[in-house]
Design a protein around this ligand. Structure first.
Ligand SMILES: NC(=O)c1ccc[n+]([C@@H]2O[C@H](COP(=O)([O-])OP(=O)(O)OC[C@H]3O[C@@H](n4cnc5c(N)ncnc54)[C@H](OP(=O)(O)O)[C@@H]3O)[C@@H](O)[C@H]2O)c1
Ligand SMILES: [Zn+2]
Ligand SMILES: [Zn+2]
Length: 306
């Protein structure tokens, strides 16, 4: 596999052993420059040695820092000031009856499992956005969806991680290629995820507008699912369900008045400025039927008769 990660700088938190070490090794195989982390210098050095033993070409360094503390995060961010890939893998767990879990336990779990990722993401994210490339991954757990009775505090911190990683957009395509029965878009509100494939929308060199229209259609339809909208049966609408590309191509790009209202409520947006922005975008990108619809909607709203 080539994930095009050559020389990308990647940090995996809590990676002297376990899942973290496995992720770090995989990234090193993909030729990323990997930073491993654990609390003690000895174990970090041992992990670096082990990775180099297993893969002599691995670009790997290590930083010993307790990421359950602000001081530890500060030390790490000083040593590694920029990153392309941040994998918030660090997570602690222990079995304890709910009635025995003290305030100190709750706070420690929150600080190690949630705040470590929050602090690191807050530090590294702005530069990733500025460079227009970056990945922040949280390793949560099935325990965040189905809280284990024997470690409620662990489960709650894992739910918090899922809540934090709300939505991400990437142009990297997940569709492996023709012959694969991959949905062209799917989203789930409860799991807070949405994926869609751009690659299968056709060749932009042949028909750019068609590819753009398809991408906008699927991406905004799936995003609306993440923003709590269900399939619409009220009108012809972006949120009508579809089963194949041909059917999808016949769906409009705009939401119907019912879905627009829900969307504006969810985004806390005012309908008129929102529609004006969409109209400008459609005009700039030669999406003529769509811009015609936005103009009629804006006229109707200005007249106050719809
Ligand atoms: N194991 C599972 O079955 C499972 C299932 C679902 C999700 N997960 C999640 O996957 C992640 C990794 O789990 P794992 O089982 O692989 O963990 P693990 O084997 O217990 O590994 C823990 C790693 O974290 C490091 N670490 C612990 N406290 C640290 C701290 N305060 N600062 C920096 N590093 C620290 C440890 O390094 P040192 O000891 O060298 O400091 C070690 O490298 C966790 O987020 C966990 O919730 C695990
Ligand atoms: Zn749908
Ligand atoms: Zn609708």
């Amino acid at each position: 596999m080539d994930l095009h990660l050559t020389n990308k700088k990647a940090l995996v938190t809590g990676s002297t052993t376990g899942i973290g070490f496995a992720i770090a090794s995989f990234l090193a195989q993909e030729r990323a420059a990997v930073v491993v982390n654990g609390r003690s210098q000895g174990r970090v050095e041992e992990a670096v040695r082990r990775m180099k033993r297993e893969n002599k070409d691995a670009q790997v360094t290590g930083v010993a820092a307790d990421l359950g503390t602000k001081a530890g995060v500060d030390l790490l961010t000083k040593t590694v000031p920029t990153l392309d890939i941040l994998v918030n893998n660090l997570g602690i767990y222990e079995a304890k009856p709910f009635t025995d879990i003290s305030d100190e336990d709750w706070l420690r779990f929150f600080e190690v499992n949630v705040l470590s990722g929050v602090r690191l993401s807050r530090f590294y994210l702005p530069a990733m956005l500025q460079r227009n490339w970056g990945r922040v991954v949280f390793i949560s757990s099935e325990s965040g969806v189905n809280i284990p009775v024997e470690m409620v505090h662990y489960g709650v911190t894992k739910t918090a991680q899922i809540a934090l990683a709300y939505l991400a957009l990437t142009a990297s395509d997940l569709w492996p290629g023709r012959g694969w029965n991959f949905v062209f878009g799917e989203a789930n509100l409860r799991q807070r995820t949405g994926v869609w494939s751009i690659y299968r929308n056709g060749d932009p060199g042949d028909d750019f507008t068609l590819c753009l229209r398809r991408t906008l259609g699927t991406a905004s339809h799936e995003l609306c699912h993440v923003l709590t909208l269900h399939h619409c049966t009220a009108f012809r609408c972006l949120m009508n369900g579809s089963n194949h590309q041909q059917e999808r191509d016949q769906r409009p790009l705009h939401p119907c008045p019912v879905c627009l209202r829900k969307l504006c409520w969810n985004l806390r947006a005012e309908a008129v400025p929102y529609l004006m922005k969409l109209n400008t975008f459609c005009q700039q990108n030669r999406l003529d039927p769509e811009s015609g619809w936005y103009e009629r909607a804006l006229e109707a709203l200005a007249g106050g008769n719809e």
